[in-house]
Each structure stands twice: as C-alpha cells, then as structure tokens.
Ligand binder design. Structure first.
Ligand code: NAD
Ligand code: UD1
Length: 339
C-alpha cells in the first residue's frame, strides 16, 4: 500500500484524515511544527485506529529537515494541510501568513520535486470564490478576490500549483476547496481545538454550551437569506476526511490538476445551526443579534456535483450528526487536548 506524508497532520482536519487514511490501509507519516496543534491528537488517532505511525516535529519551511524526512520515509504522495488559518489574525500579520503558507508550500514543493515525489493534495478553501461569484459555487467559475491575506494565500498557492504542472506534467495535483468543516470524530477522541476566543461559528457555540462563553453573537440578521442570517455549507469533518482519501487515491493513479469543491451543496443559516444544536443536544444556547462582521458574505454553498462524478464522493452525514459529534467532543474534552 502507498505511503502518504501528511503535513499539518496533528491539526483538526489532518487528524481526522489520518484516521481515514489508516482505516483505508494507507501507511502514513505526519509532519507538524505544533504551532496550532498538540502531539496528543496523534496518540488519539493511534488509539482510534489501533495503528502506529511516525510523527516528525518539522516545519515545512525547514527544507533540510523536510529532506531528511522524505529521504527516510520515501512517501508516494503528500496531503498538505500545514498552514495558518485565522482570517482576522492574517489581517494583522499578513507577512507571517505569506511567509508561513506560501513560502512554506514552495519549500515543500521544492523538496518534493528534488526527492521525486510529485503527487499532492492541497487544502484550499471556498474563500477563493470571493464575493464576485454567485452561489452555488462551481469549480469552473473564475477565482474571485479574497478579502483577507489568509484567503489570498489560498489563491496564490492554487496558482503556484497550476504553474508547476504547466512546467512539469509529471505532477499530480488535487486542489480541494473546503466549505465549512465542523463536527468531530464520533469517538469523541479528536476534534477542533481553537486557541483563545473562537472565530468560527460552531466552536463558539460549543464553548457556550460547555459554559466557557456566556452568549453567542449572531453577526447580522439583515442579509438577503430566508431568516436574514448568513448561510454556509457546513460539512462534517469525517466526510471531508473521506474526500481526501478519494482525492489521494486519484492522485496516485494519474497526472494533471483537478479542482474539487468539498461541500454538501446545502446551505444552512446561523439560526439553523443554533436551533439544530439545541434540539439534538438538548442544551440552550443563548444568543443576541449584533452587527454584521466585516468581510462576511450573505451566502456560500457548493455545487458538489464534480466530486460526486469524478471522485465518487458525497457527504453522508447531516447537520444533526455534525451538532451531535461536536458536542460529544466538546463535553468530553472541555479543554481540548489539555488534561
Ligand atoms: P489546524 O490549524 O488545526 O491545522 C493546521 C496544522 O498545520 C496545525 O497542526 C499546525 O500546527 C500545522 N502547521 C502550521 N504551520 C506549519 C508549518 N510551517 N510547518 C509545519 N506545520 C505547520 O487547521 P485545520 O482546520 O485542520 O486546517 C487545515 C488546512 O485546511 C489549512 O491549510 C487550512 O487553511 C485549510 N482550511 C481549513 C478550513 C477550516 O474551516 N478549518 C477551511 C478551508 C481550508
Ligand atoms: C470563515 C472565514 C473563511 C474561512 C472559514 C473557514 C471570515 C470572514 N471568513 O468563514 O475565510 O475559510 O471561516 O475557516 O472569517 N457567525 C456568527 N457568530 C459567530 C461566528 C460566526 O454569527 O460568533 C456567522 C458568520 O457571520 C457566518 C457564519 O456564522 O454567517 C459562519 O461563520 P464562520 O464559521 O466564521 O465561517 P465563514 O464566515 O464561512
């Protein structure tokens, strides 16, 4: 079976993808610098799967360190999650975001090329559609303009990868545009573990539920949506992880660049999420309506047909599953991976 190197493999989406890779029979090796994760997540992945793998503490900007890992492990393909992802922080520290995400990816690609490993699955985002395109977002639409440096890094990296294939058609590149990943592994062993005040909706709701935050602020109820609150395409992180198995399997069998939306194709409003969370978990979530958050768009959801047709992938879990599994993780791990 092929060996997959997972950058950022102890993070939220990476850890769930490691579980699915191991369950599918792949060998894996993880690299991470733990700037936004805990090595404990890897121990939990081993517990869930009953399988062992190597975790290397390594920064993707450290080419010498990367080279040692590639030479020792000889991976067949890379799934590249490592990157900084906080939208607000990227506006305050744009250089850190460009340096870590873009330079880090270029360093990784150089080492991959030099070691003859030319298959990569990259974590892109629906944010690349910008505000110019109309929902549902389809892969054939032109990329839009990001409203923040984080989003810009995703657009640049997509371009870099496309240029790389144009220059050398031995590469196999899968660009996966995630919509809004939420939820956690049903075991309750791994999940999202944000530092400080969560920026995203579901982690904030989970912290209100567990008593860490008093009340959710709903950012605007005057959008042109059915109930006036923002609409997003929430996708269970386990479904998202399974999408990576399909993508990496495809990458191992062909060359070229593919772009896939990974979403459910269904848009839910902020109040849909709050109400479903309360109903499924029988917990009250106090909330208040406040002003819109700058940079937010009214609606964002996928046309998910291409992933279904070409990868044979569809999201199988619904919003109730996402709310149940988020709470199962949060209530069993109120402080994340910290004991
Ligand atoms: P995460 O922060 O939990 O995981 C990212 C991992 O990368 C962390 O473990 C972090 O320690 C590691 N990392 C960061 N910089 C590194 C570096 N220079 N060298 C080595 N390791 C480094 O985030 P996530 O939610 O799991 O996201 C994974 C990827 O998916 C990111 O690229 C993110 O931008 C992208 N993405 C996430 C979302 C989302 O909503 N979570 C949406 C779209 C795209
Ligand atoms: C945000 C990022 C996006 C990133 C995505 C996934 C912004 C502007 N966009 O998208 O680039 O790819 O996360 O990480 O930050 N909401 C509230 N109260 C809250 C939090 C959110 O009402 O406390 C609302 C938002 O206004 C939005 C919805 O909930 O309508 C979802 O928000 P969020 O989880 O932050 O995701 P996105 O805005 O889609």
């Amino acid at each position: 079976m092929s060996k997959i190197l997972v950058t950022g493999g102890t993070g939220y989406i990476g850890s769930h993808t490691c579980v699915e890779l191991l369950n599918a029979g792949y060998e894996i090796v993880v690299i991470d610098n733990f700037c936004n994760s805990s090595p404990k997540s890897a121990a939990r992945v081993k517990k869930i799967t009953g399988k062992d793998f190597k975790v290397c503490e390594c920064d993707i900007r450290d080419k010498d360190g990367l080279k040692k890992v590639f030479e020792a492990e000889k991976p067949d393909a890379v799934i590249h999650f490592a990157g900084l992802k906080a939208v607000g922080e990227s506006c305050v520290k744009p250089l850190e975001y460009y340096e870590n995400n873009i330079w880090g990816t270029v360093a990784l690609l150089e080492v991959m090329r030099d070691c003859g490993c030319k298959r990569i699955v990259f974590s892109s985002s629906a944010t690349v559609y910008g505000s110019e395109n109309k929902v549902p977002f389809v892969e054939t639409m032109p990329v839009g303009t990001a409203t923040n440096p984080y989003g810009t890094t995703k657009i640049y990296i997509e371009n870099i990868l496309q240029d790389l294939y144009k220059a050398d058609n031995e590469w196999s590149i899968e660009l996966l545009r995630y919509f809004n990943p939420i939820g956690a592994h049903p075991s309750g062993q791994i999940g999202e573990n944000p530092n400080g005040i969560p920026n995203n909706l579901m982690p904030y709701i989970a912290q209100v539920a567990v008593g860490k935050r008093e009340m959710l602020s709903v950012y605007g109820n005057d959008y042109p949506t059915p109930d006036g609150t923002g609409v997003r395409d929430y996708i269970h992180v386990v479904d998202l992880a399974v999408g990576h198995i399909k993508a990496v399997t495809r990458a191992l069998g062909k060359t070229g660049v593919d772009i896939y939306n990974l979403g459910t194709g269904i848009g839910y409003s902020v109040l849909d999420i709050v109400n479903t969370f309360m109903e499924v978990n029988k917990i009250n979530i106090p909330y208040k309506i406040v002003d819109r958050r700058p940079g937010d768009i009214a609606e964002c959801y996928a046309n998910a047909d291409k992933a279904k047709e070409e990868l044979g992938w569809v999201a199988a879990l619904n919003l109730a599953d996402m709310c149940r599994d988020t709470w199962n993780w949060q209530k069993n791990n109120p402080n994340g991976y910290d004991d």
